[in-house]
Structure formats: structure tokens, C-alpha cells
Unconditional design. Structure first.
Length: 298
């Protein structure tokens, strides 16, 4: 909950989360956090504005409720991976059987169950079986399929679904969207997946990268900014990548050499360098890089 003056309380040193043991993975959206346990259960804590804790039973101290202690997500079968929307209020879990269940905010269809109704408990994503991993953006979600293709659902205002169009089969709150999974156009051989606010990136089996969606800060890594891409574009100069991750408006890749390269906004040195950049983001005026740059000293 907010502290005096509206600032949220914080800790300058790590603290043990009470009641969580045997955790194997963790995900956060900035206001809520979920942990995957070795048993396959998921526990979440923090803000529950749209039901992102996977329960309707929380404190009523703030609008939407909150919990300062971990709560077990209701009715969730054994999970193997979790994801939370970046600055969004939804969460998803990949289950042992390769299906996906999501919960929380569904105003853009990001729960993938064919509706736009929020859910405080996990609902099955339509027509997804055998999924390998799941990634969540602010209002969209994507899954890597066993054949190396990717399907996405939710908001498509910035082309983050990779459908080759800025429209959608549905309209959610006046914006284009897909309330069930749609195949990303022209993409195959994917081995890893990550999502930012309104963009998505994939790592291919040959160590190269592809990104699509919002590009106001160069987060697609293709040497341009401002111009969104409705289909995957090649991340310039990226090769030998073994893992990929996205922040809100930036992305990073781990290379086989052990080096890390990043691209996108650098307003708070998230590219691993001082508060400067090869370019200046046209929209925000912040420093940025539209192509991958090495993280210094790593």
C-alpha cells in the first residue's frame, strides 16, 4: 500500500518472503509477484486490482484489494512455468499437460478464453495444447508451440500479436484485439519467447532474433524507431544468442560467448551503460539504441 506522500514502502536489502518454500521460478509485474513452487502450485502476493493474485479473497485496504502475504492461486493444476504482464494486471501458468491458464485483467482478451471478462481464478486458454512456454506483455500474451511457431492473443493496437495487420478479429474497448490465440505471421524455428509492454521478441534456433509490435524506443532492435512492425523483423547483428528477455521498452539477449547485448530505451541505464545512447528516442527524448549494444563489464 502507498506510504506517506504516495510513495510505496521499499526495502534496500533482500528480505525473505514469508510462507514461500521450494520455489523454482518467480514472475512480477511491478505491483504483484507470483512464485512457482516445486509442487506445481503457484502463490501470489501484492496488488489484486483485477484479480491477478488468482483469488477474490484479499484485504480491502485499497481499491481492488491487496495481500501482503502469499496466497495460493485457486484451482490451478500442476504448473511448470509462470508469466505476469509487464505493467499489466494478468498472469498465466503453463501446465504440465502443455495447456495454459490465465487470470486477472481481461479487458483486451489477454486471458485467451474468448471473452473480455476479468477472472479472479485461472481460466483455460482456448485451443492451446502442447505449449512449450508462455510470455505476457501489458495487455497481450504469447505461447511458444512445440513446432517452433508462436501464437498470441490480447491487444493488437501496436501490432504486438504479429498478425500482419493492426486490426483484429475482435474489438476490445475500442481497440483491435484477439480474444483467442492467433498464429504469428511468418515465424518458425523459435526456441525462446519474451514480451514487453506492447512488443514481443523471439529467439530462433540459429541464434538470431525476431521482434514485432511497438517500436517507439527501438525495442525491436532493427535499426529503426517509431515505426511499429506488424510482423517479425530481424534484430540487427544478433547472432549466437541463447536466451532473450524483455523489459517494458528494452530487450536483452545472452550470447553463447557469455556476453549480454541489449537494445531499446536507456533512460535509467537499462542497456548497461551510462545515461546515454547512440540515438535519442523520438517520442520520449530519452537516450536509446535501435540495435544491440554490449553490456559493459559483463
Amino acid at each position: 500500500m502507498p506510504g506517506p506522500g504516495g510513495d510505496a514502502p521499499s526495502a534496500s536489502t533482500p528480505r525473505v518472503v514469508p510462507g514461500v518454500s521450494g520455489a523454482t521460478a518467480v514472475a512480477t509485474n511491478g505491483e504483484a509477484t507470483c512464485a512457482l513452487l516445486s509442487t506445481g502450485a503457484v502463490e501470489c502476493w501484492g496488488s489484486n486490482v483485477d484479480g491477478e493474485l488468482g483469488t477474490s479473497s484479499v484485504d480491502s485496504g485499497v481499491p481492488g484489494g491487496t495481500s501482503s502475504v502469499p496466497i495460493v492461486v485457486s484451482g490451478l493444476p500442476r504448473a511448470t512455468a509462470i508469466a505476469m504482464g509487464s505493467e499489466g494486471e494478468h498472469a498465466c501458468a503453463l501446465l504440465l499437460d502443455g495447456t495454459i491458464r490465465c487470470w486477472g485483467d481481461n479487458s483486451a482478451g489477454q486471458l485467451g478464453n474468448g471473452s473480455t471478462t476479468d477472472s479472479t481464478t485461472p481460466v483455460p486458454v482456448s485451443d492451446v495444447t502442447g505449449a512449450v512456454t508462455v510470455a505476457a506483455g501489458a495487455s497481450h500474451t504469447c505461447a511458444l508451440m512445440p513446432d517452433g511457431t508462436v501464437v498470441c492473443w490480447g491487444d493488437n493496437s501496436e501490432g504486438e500479436l504479429g498478425l500482419g495487420t493492426s486490426s483484429g478479429p475482435q474489438t476490445c474497448n475500442g481497440n483491435p484485439c484477439a480474444t483467442t490465440p492467433m498464429k504469428v505471421a511468418g515465424l518458425s524455428g523459435v526456441t525462446a519467447l519474451a514480451a514487453g509492454l506492447w512488443s514481443t521478441c523471439a529467439l530462433l534456433s540459429d541464434g538470431t532474433g525476431r521482434c514485432w509490435g511497438w517500436n517507439d524506443h527501438g525495442e525491436l532492435g532493427n535499426g529503426t524507431m517509431v515505426s511499429d512492425s506488424l510482423t517479425p523483423v530481424v534484430v540487427s547483428g544478433l547472432s549466437g544468442a541463447t536466451a532473450i528477455a524483455m523489459g517494458e521498452e528494452d530487450a536483452c539477449a545472452l550470447l553463447s560467448s557469455g556476453d549480454v547485448v541489449c537494445w531499446g530505451q536507456n533512460a535509467v541505464s537499462q542497456l548497461g551503460s551510462a545515461w546515454t545512447g547512440p540515438q535519442t528516442c523520438a517520442v520520449s527524448g530519452y537516450p536509446c539504441s535501435t540495435t544491440p549494444v554490449n553490456v559493459a563489464g559483463l
